[in-house]
Write a protein that binds this ligand. Sequence first.
Ligand code: FE2
Ligand code: FE2
Length: 481
Amino acid sequence: MRFVAVDNLEPGMILARKIINRNVVSMLQKGVVLTDTNIARLKTNGYLGAYITDSISADIIIGETISEKTFEEGIAAVEDADVGRIIDVARDMVEDISELDRISVDMLDLRSFDDYTYHHSVNVAVYALAVAAKMELPEEKIQETAVAALCHDLGKTKIDPAIINKKGRLNDDEFEEIRRHPQYSYDMLYDNNLISSNVRQAVICHHENENGSGYPNGKEGDEIPLAAKIIHAVDVYDALTSRRAYKEPYAPVDALEYIIGGQGILFDRKVVETMLEVIPAYPPGMDVILSNGERGVVAAHTKNAARPVIRIFPDGREVDLSKNEGYSSVFITSSGLLVQESKDVEVLNEDRSDDNRKKRIVVVDDSSISRGQTQSALFGDYEITTLESAVACLNYIKAKGAPDLIIMDIEMPMLDGVTAVEKLRGMIGNDTKIVFLTAVADRDTVIRCKKAGAVDYILKPVNPVYLRERVSIALDKNLER
Ligand SMILES: [Fe+2]
Ligand SMILES: [Fe+2]
């Protein structure tokens, strides 16, 4: 079985797993041969893709973390906000997980736009349970974590759907209202004697950050219960990997990298470490492109999460990236949910009649994951070139001329970002805007960056929405000459 992104589905492919939709009970059954019509239906419903079976992937087995039946019961119980059934489902989930030989959430959840909230709650419960079980918490705590995860966003039903589903930017009042949902969830559970105070505490704290910058109460560190810390991190992971009306999904590896970047700031370190053990960066069945240009599908895990076994297309040859020496310098450049440019974005771009040309941005970063994150944050609006070193950037600019903006990392082997920009200024003058995107924050470096003519200095990890905004401001800024 393998996962195929919706744009790559073709008539004749055979579904390896049924596609559920709460409005249609089962939209397409396992074993169905896809036609143009049902592929079109999957697209209009906003599905990311489907699991199919074919000769190259027939023996790739992707284990379920919880059974399909438990998953569907979870969706129904959350939709009805039926606490008694939620507790039953949580018990079934704990049982399903306890029977696994190896805890790993390998199966992507396939969901449509309109199913978001309920699928989200069940997914968060699956991930949270996997983390809690891997941490070997006492069974009672694991059960509480599962119940709290299923209930964490119940309070969103108290908020006007027009705010929840709003595509544009939220105003201050709307934002405040959204931030009340943990309290609303807590209130909905308050009088229910089936729910312990531990569960209620985990629910109300699921948006609290390690450094106290979260909401609703700004709790920090040990003030936040462990179950809430677990739910918080996996909640963000699930949100990042889902497609929403206003954003394309992150591939698992990029979402994990974002979570890693938030360790100790947003998320508990131990929770993040455990997440990396139970959520694969490259799940089996995922399409990948290698840095040598070969394409393939992830066939199996290895001990090294970044270097799984790949079955190469079209011949089906298998390469263990963690062992095969011929592949020691080959790495995975992109995986799975390859972001496709959507029609809407193209239309939006055409509408900007005053400047039809897409602005050119060069992203320089030695981490492929950071490059991918920046690229997906800016997806659609710009022509983006990614380069893995400052030296490559100098060569690129010599060959292709100056772009409108360079987003530059600082700490890179060979040539650091600040020195590179100092050199670049001699080559390209001041027309190209430079934004540093870095984890380095010492005062001397910041001063050097300013001197080199940077228009902005952004610290990693960066929220993609914030990055988009800063980039658009940077491009509008007029440099003093
Ligand atoms: Fe939430
Ligand atoms: Fe959530």
